[in-house]
Write a protein that binds this ligand. Structure first.
Ligand SMILES: Nc1ncnc2c1ncn2[C@@H]1O[C@H](COP(=O)(O)OP(=O)(O)OP(=O)(O)O)[C@@H](O)[C@H]1O
Length: 258
């Protein structure tokens, strides 16, 4: 149902016309069962590439990725994406416009008997507070509601790990902060292990049990939000987690109520 993620000395690279380009180097982290981790870093530092490798869409050049005792990827092994029990949620919702909300949530459950599927869809829509919108189409919902449908869809097959790539970045500032807290509550309720990618510090601190600060393909620190904030591992992390910027963002978040 949910698992521990272990990444050891991960190396990822793209083959380009001018040769192989390493974009993630010697990255190690462990995320406990039911914990929410967040990779934070500037654009281009390799966050999305890490998520894609965990999902099985990028080959691993060095090191390994495992969920509990199951090896997902290494330089010599590659479990097919559909066999990984990893759910994904992206910034652009990616809902099917021609399917109702219920149809979207049930999409990944097509192999289940219709009764069980309908029950799971109802459960998931209740979880995200959208039971009343089951028969609506995506375009009839707000951006925040659409993202909650996307979350329900990602959680419906009960993945061992949920990956979220900038899930709030298309939303206005009020909605994104509220939704960050809501998503945290939902994930804590279901006990899912989740890894989120963002470049927004307030979001990272609102949602995560563990924060990883990435810089140029490397993990500069992987620690609790408290330690990243109070005990940055290097000048680079301290500079990135600027207290003024962060406090300002957090003040806004807390004003809106946690
Ligand atoms: N298919 C690709 N081929 C070659 N290089 C790529 C490819 N995809 C990404 N890159 C490069 O790899 C590096 C890491 O990209 P990645 O998308 O992982 O960064 P990111 O931290 O998620 O950035 P952003 O926050 O902008 O999404 C970037 O320099 C990017 O240009």
């Amino acid at each position: 149902m949910t698992a521990t993620l272990s990444i050891q000395s991960l190396g990822l690279a793209y083959d380009t016309p001018t040769g192989r380009r390493t974009v993630v180097d010697d990255l190690s982290l462990s995320l406990g069962t039911g914990d929410i981790g967040c990779l934070l870093g500037a654009s281009g530092c390799g966050k999305t590439t890490v998520l894609r490798a965990i999902a099985g869409f990028e080959p691993v050049r060095q090191g390994s990725i495992a969920l509990d005792d199951t090896l997902l990827s290494s330089a010599s092994e590659h479990l097919a994406p559909e066999r990984r029990r990893v759910g994904m949620m992206f910034q652009d919702y990616a809902l099917f416009p021609h399917l109702t909300v219920a149809g979207n949530v049930g999409f990944g459950l097509r192999r289940q008997a219709s009764g069980a599927r309908a029950q799971r869809v109802t459960e998931m829509l209740e979880l995200v507070g959208l039971a009343a919108s089951a028969d609506n189409y995506p375009h009839e919902l707000s951006g925040g509601q659409q993202q909650r449908v996307a979350l329900a869809r990602a959680l419906a097959p009960a993945p061992d790990l949920l990956l979220l790539d900038e899930p709030f970045s298309n939303l206005d500032i009020d909605t994104r902060e509220r939704l960050a807290f809501e998503v945290r509550d939902i994930l804590k309720q279901t006990g899912h292990t989740a890894l989120l990618v963002t470049h927004n510090q307030a979001e990272a601190f609102a949602i995560a049990d563990r924060i990883g600060v990435m810089h140029a393909g490397r993990l500069a620190q992987w620690d609790t939000p408290y330690n990243v904030h109070h005990h940055p591992a290097s000048a680079l992390v301290a500079e990135f987690i600027r207290p003024e910027g962060l406090m300002e963002q957090r003040a806004q978040v807390f004003q809106r109520g946690r």
